[in-house]
Design a protein around this ligand. Structure first.
Ligand SMILES: Nc1ncnc2c1ncn2[C@@H]1O[C@H](COP(=O)(O)O)[C@@H](OP(=O)(O)O)[C@H]1O
Ligand SMILES: [Mg+2]
Length: 284
């Protein structure tokens, strides 16, 4: 398997991270397959749902990540506000969504992921997105590359992935299943002036995985989500050759503001294409 290490994480740490996701995902899948608990949820302040699967995955990941590297703090979607009260002093830390796509989990579409990012100086440098039902991981290490990993017969099989060049005619637009808004309509209208558009909807961070694997061209996001929904995907897409732009054209910065809501962004596969500058202007 061709996975390198990283300044903070050794190759062994990366393999431990994959195993941790594997463990958390086995528990998520148990809940998913148990009819009695699969539909139980409470509502959070932002009216997004919370299940026992989110909390169990959070517990497994928080203790596993602490054991892996006790010096790195954890900013997870399910941390209490007191656990992250000192976050503005954190330079390097984990940013985790233990179950991204809880609505997809509850509606049984299967389109949910575990997202883990290592943030260093406000940028994600390692991103891991794990698909529990497929036991498949997408891993990006910025500056080193990106891989898809599948758990097969007791070991990880890896394949290098890259984003693709922007096609001349038909562009694949990756989008959330659940959000439609005027900015997205403006974005689609702009892209339609030069390309045919094939829209592909999916839940959670799967849109980043498709982009990183060269199965799409652009993922514009103008609807609310949080930094833990984006950080791992940002690292993955950036490591695979793409980019994630804020609407000012600059890379996103994480844990840099009082809110943990993510700024709107446009993630692209082919960062050399001239189309994106005009797109960003069209949605201002
Ligand atoms: N009003 C809101 N505020 C914050 N995040 C929101 C939101 N509405 C949706 N999201 C986030 O968008 C994510 C789903 O994205 P998508 O629509 O692309 O599948 C959810 O992640 P979680 O399931 O981790 O909570 C959810 O938190
Ligand atoms: Mg999420």
């Amino acid at each position: 398997m061709q996975i390198p290490g990283h300044l903070i994480l050794t190759r062994t740490d990366i393999l431990a991270l994959l195993d941790l996701c594997h463990q958390a995902s086995e528990r998520i899948v148990q809940f998913y397959n148990d009819e009695a608990s699969a539909s139980l949820f409470s509502s959070k302040e932002d009216r997004t749902p919370l299940t026992q699967a989110d909390l169990t995955s959070h517990q497994i990941l928080s203790s596993g990540l602490a054991a892996l590297n006790p010096e790195l703090p954890l900013l997870s979607e399910e941390c209490s506000s007191s656990e992250i009260a000192g976050r503005h002093q954190w330079n390097s830390f984990w940013m985790v969504d233990p179950l991204d796509g809880t609505r997809e989990f509850l509606e049984r579409t299967g389109e949910f992921t575990i997202n883990i990012a290592l943030i260093e100086e406000q940028r994600p440098t390692v991103g891991l997105i794990y698909e529990p039902l497929k036991h498949k991981a997408s891993l990006g290490i910025v500056g080193a590359g990106a891989w898809e990993l599948r758990w097969e017969e007791g070991s990880w099989r890896s394949t290098a992935i890259t984003t693709r060049r922007l096609p001349a005619r038909e562009l694949v637009l990756l989008a959330s299943k659940r959000h439609r808004n005027p900015q997205l309509d403006d974005c689609i209208a702009y892209l339609e002036s030069s390309h045919d558009i094939a829209r592909q909807n999916s839940g959670s961070a799967l849109k980043f995985c498709d982009l990183a694997a060269g199965q799409g061209d652009c993922y514009p996001r103008f609807s609310p989500c949080s930094e833990w929904d984006v950080a791992a995907g940002d690292a993955l897409v950036s490591a695979a050759g793409g980019a994630v732009y804020g609407l000012n054209g600059a890379p996103l910065r994480y844990n840099a503001r009082d809110t943990l809501l993510s700024p709107h962004f446009v993630a692209v596969g082919d960062s050399s294409a001239a189309l994106w500058a005009g797109l960003l202007e069209s949605v201002q």
